[in-house]
Design a protein around this ligand. Structure first.
Ligand code: FPP
Ligand code: MG
Length: 336
């Protein structure tokens, strides 16, 4: 089974999630549905709602209206983070299309992101499930902290690996993990099941961002759907650069120290650094760590008894798909 089989099998459930996504951004302020519709129809593989659907199914609950609307909630929170992140990172292309900030400006991007967050909270308030509201808002708090930490520590080459992994956990793994966890909670998962699903989500999320960080240096832009070298240009010290710096000779170390402070990095600079990353196995180091997290993610689901264990294979396929991003042909490219 591969990712395509998963989406094929979930086709009717994902159609319900899509319907919910497209219905819930209605507003009498025309710019809101205008921008939201552009954003929501720009692609995106709906990884977070897929995790919610699969976790609910694994624990014996079908994709009913309650599960579907929680899939919409996690996708809205994710979309809002991208709207804000693209302003922070001054990104102009995502998913192969112009970003909202490039098309409508930063104000619109921030405000529509705020709208989607508010909408997500309103949907959660309909049921007032304390544990679910708490889990989602904690993950949202964590991802904002991750965004701020990354921004605050930008252009500092001396950050350590622990810090880099902490940022990854907060900004990416937290929301991916809670997307799976709430599927379990909605299906009244036992503590053992909830722990297994959450641990899967944590490790899957780590792998997801590590892949993104490797691809930011080493991917075909057409496949990736966004420009490469963005982290380097923004001075974000992710794992490939950290690894390179720690394995570089004195001359290269000095060059990296100058690059990281430079706000006008060009394509040749990126190419130069990527060449060194290949020489020093910095990309492979990052990909291998992602592989470690994927294998560990998969192992967690084997530690609990589930009512519908056949869905473990679906989780495996989603996890493997993430790692295949490095070599994926354009038709299977995956975006955030
Ligand atoms: C993408 O990472 C960014 C994130 C996953 C989250 C950053 C968080 C914020 C900007 C806070 C916003 C929070 C809310 C709740 C609206 P990346 O820049 O590495 O990925 P990219 O290359 O796809 O942009
Ligand atoms: Mg970004």
């Amino acid at each position: 089974m591969d990712f395509r089989d998963v989406t094929q099998d979930l086709k009717s459930d994902l159609a319900k999630v899509e319907k919910s996504i497209n219905e819930n951004y209605k507003s009498d302020v025309p710019l809101i549905p205008g921008i939201s519709s552009y954003l929501m129809n720009c692609g995106g593989k709906r990884i977070r709602p897929i995790l919610t659907l699969l976790a609910a199914k694994l624990c014996g609950r079908d994709a009913d209206a309650m599960v579907v609307k929680h899939g919409c909630v996690v996708e809205y929170i994710h979309a809002a983070t991208l709207l804000h992140d693209d302003v922070v990172d001054e990104t102009t292309v995502r998913r192969g299309k112009e970003t909202v900030n490039a098309k409508w400006g930063s104000d619109a991007s921030i405000l529509v992101g705020d709208f989607l967050i508010s909408r997500a909270i309103l949907i959660l308030a309909e049921d007032c499930e304390r544990k679910i509201i708490q889990a989602i808002t904690e993950a949202t708090k964590s991802l904002v902290e991750g965004g701020i930490l990354e921004y605050a520590e930008a252009r500092k080459i001396k950050v350590n690996e622990k810090h880099i992994l902490d940022v990854i956990y907060r900004k990416t793994a937290s929301i991916l993990s809670v997307s799976a966890r709430i599927g379990g909670l909605l299906a009244n998962a036992t503590e053992q099941q909830e722990t297994a699903i959450t641990s899967f989500g944590d490790d899957f999320g780590m792998a997801f961002q590590l892949m993104d960080d490797a691809l930011d240096y080493d991917a075909d832009e057409k496949v990736l759907g966004k420009p490469t070298g963005t982290d380097f240009k923004e001075g974000h010290v992710t794992l490939p650069l950290h690894h390179l710096y720690h394995n570089a000779d004195r001359k290269l170390k000095k060059e990296i120290e100058v690059f990281i402070k430079n706000e006008n990095i060009n394509a040749d600079d990126v190419k130069y650094i990527v060449g060194h990353m290949h020489q020093h196995n910095s990309i492979d180091y990052t990909l291998n760590l992602a592989r470690y997290y994927i294998d560990r993610a998969k192992s967690h689901l084997r530690k609990a008894d589930f009512p519908e264990p056949k869905y473990i294979e679906y989780f495996d396929a989603v996890a493997e798909y993430i790692h295949s991003r490095h070599t994926a042909p354009s038709s299977t490219a995956i975006e955030k």
